[in-house]
Design a protein around this ligand. Structure first.
Ligand SMILES: [Zn+2]
Length: 91
């Protein structure tokens, strides 16, 4: 009896660890963790587990920066990194 409950607990914990980033993804732009329905872009980019496997952008950031696809977001991100790099070098 105790062994079965132990197995059930570990199995459910594993399931939570595996599926949590899909149910509550983290926005790549604002770094906030929100429920899945608040995301417009959500894609698996690698086979790793956890938050590094997915790229997602929430609806709020999509509306703010006028993004519709992951490619648009990646272009926006590279542009932002360039601007940050230039600002840092000037200061
Ligand atoms: Zn966001």
């Amino acid at each position: 009896m105790e062994i079965t409950t132990f197995f059930i607990i570990t199995a459910s914990l594993l399931l939570i660890v595996v599926f949590f980033p899909d149910l509550f993804p983290r926005c790549s732009n604002c770094k906030k963790i929100k429920p899945r329905f608040m995301f417009r872009i959500h894609k698996n980019v690698s086979l790793r587990l956890g938050y590094k496997a997915n790229r997602s952008v929430c609806k709020k950031c999509c509306r703010k920066y006028d993004l519709y696809t992951l490619n648009e977001y990646e272009r926006y991100e590279s542009l932002r990194e360039k601007v940050v790099y230039r600002l840092k070098n000037k200061l």
